[in-house]
Write a protein that binds this ligand. Structure first.
Ligand SMILES: NC(=O)C1=CN([C@@H]2O[C@H](COP(=O)(O)OP(=O)(O)OC[C@H]3O[C@@H](n4cnc5c(N)ncnc54)[C@H](OP(=O)(O)O)[C@@H]3O)[C@@H](O)[C@H]2O)C=CC1
Ligand SMILES: O=C(CO)COP(=O)(O)O
Length: 346
């Protein structure tokens, strides 16, 4: 088994490093701070990001990027989306061979509207990598690190590359599927965070399961609407990286997006909520990106628009719910049938 470099020692990077170590790989784990690298190497814990989990000996943490990527054919990028550009620029200076880059980050960049794989391709020197692969799906780090049954999808342009990454990660508790739809897989993973914020807001307001089910279902409709306008296969949104990830994020208190939304629904201020969280809440930046995208693509995204106004215009969440509930009357399946018709006629 070869060495794999995991860049990002937060919750998800550490959990994925554990999966790789369980599969017999030597793992280099790049941490952002020396205290965290020392804690992982000396105490075998990462208490801030994965409480109570014992980290296998095959995982060696370091803050030196060059040491972590040395001798690794595979690099797994798991930093927050806002750090992807900077990490790729630094990677260009230290990679000593052609690598495969897999990313597991779930976001879209505001202003550029780029997906993470697009940012990676933009920043990385072409001769240093052969492919950019995406790993996404319903997978809370807390449960993966406890070896609880989890399913994810990896997507790459070439099936053989997706299958190689599938081989790296798959085991009895961590089942990995493949998909050729990079756009759909990335957009599903990023956009569900907006709806998870909404689900948290709804719970924080004291609304019930009916409202949650409505948000998940109508949220999926607008995710598919935007995703399809950007070239995704609409069927991808009915899979693990679409409805699967929406369910897990909108219904679980493990989700940082749900937790942030819950506090907002209870009336707390966004800045205060993010400060208290101490972990990345990707949905906030992605809401901005998706809202801008919905305007430029002329795609109707009423829930995303409402969450944008709660986050960035301090609009009262109850007023937003009222506006959503009193929109013009519609046929439920109108946009789904339009999307499928368009796709079938291509
Ligand atoms: N947690 C989960 O269950 C899942 C998360 N994801 C995705 O994985 C990605 C990473 O999330 P996750 O691990 O949960 O995040 P966490 O908040 O748990 O950890 C973030 C990590 O990134 C580091 N970091 C912050 N800023 C930078 C920077 N500028 N450069 C380098 N490193 C930085 C942090 O270091 P420091 O401690 O110094 O701040 C920390 O180690 C996100 O896109 C998320 O959506 C996907 C699936 C599941
Ligand atoms: O993406 C996730 C689970 O699939 C984790 O979601 P949060 O970032 O909201 O914790």
């Amino acid at each position: 088994m070869g060495k794999v470099a995991v860049l990002g020692a937060g919750s998800w990077g550490t959990a994925l490093a554990i999966v790789l170590a369980d599969n017999g790989h030597e793992v280099g784990l790049w941490a952002h701070r020396k205290e965290l690298a020392d804690e992982i190497n000396e105490k075998r814990t990462n208490d801030k990001y994965l409480q109570g989990i014992s980290i296998p000996e095959q995982i060696v943490a370091d803050i030196e990027l060059s040491a972590v990527v040395k001798d690794a054919d595979d690099i797994i990028l798991v930093v927050p989306t806002k750090a992807i550009r900077e990490v790729c620029q630094n990677l260009n200076q230290v990679i000593d061979r052609k690598v495969t880059i897999t990313h597991a980050s779930k976001g879209i960049e505001p202003e550029t509207y780029k997906r993470v794989s697009e940012i990676v391709r933009e920043e990385m020197a072409e001769e240093l990598y052969d492919d950019v692969v995406v790993l996404s799906g319903p997978s809370h780090a807390e449960e993966v690190s406890l070896r609880q049954p989890t399913t994810v999808t990896v997507s790459a342009e070439r099936l053989e590359v997706a299958e190689r990454v599938q081989d790296l990660f798959i085991n009895r508790q961590f089942r990995v599927y493949t998909s050729p739809d990079i756009v759909g897989v990335e957009l599903g993973g990023a956009l569900k965070n907006i709806i998870a914020l909404g689900a948290g807001i709804s719970d924080g307001l004291g609304y019930g399961d009916n409202a949650k089910a409505a948000l998940i279902t109508r949220g999926l409709a607008e995710i598919a609407r935007l995703g399809t306008s950007m070239g995704a296969n609409p069927l991808t949104f009915s899979g693990l990286t679409g409805i699967g990830d929406l369910i897990v994020t909108c219904t679980s208190s493990h989700s940082r997006n749900w937790r942030a939304g819950y506090k907002l629904g209870q009336g707390h201020d966004l800045e205060e909520v993010l400060e208290q969280m101490g972990m990345v809440v990707e949905g906030v930046r992605t809401t901005k990106a998706a809202y801008q995208l919905s305007q430029t693509q002329k795609v109707e995204m009423p829930i995303t628009g409402g969450i944008y106004r709660i986050l960035f215009d301090s609009e009262d969440p109850r007023d937003v719910v009222d506006q959503l509930m009193t929109r013009i009357r519609r046929h439920e399946m109108e946009d789904l049938t339009n999307i499928l018709d368009e796709h079938m006629n291509e």
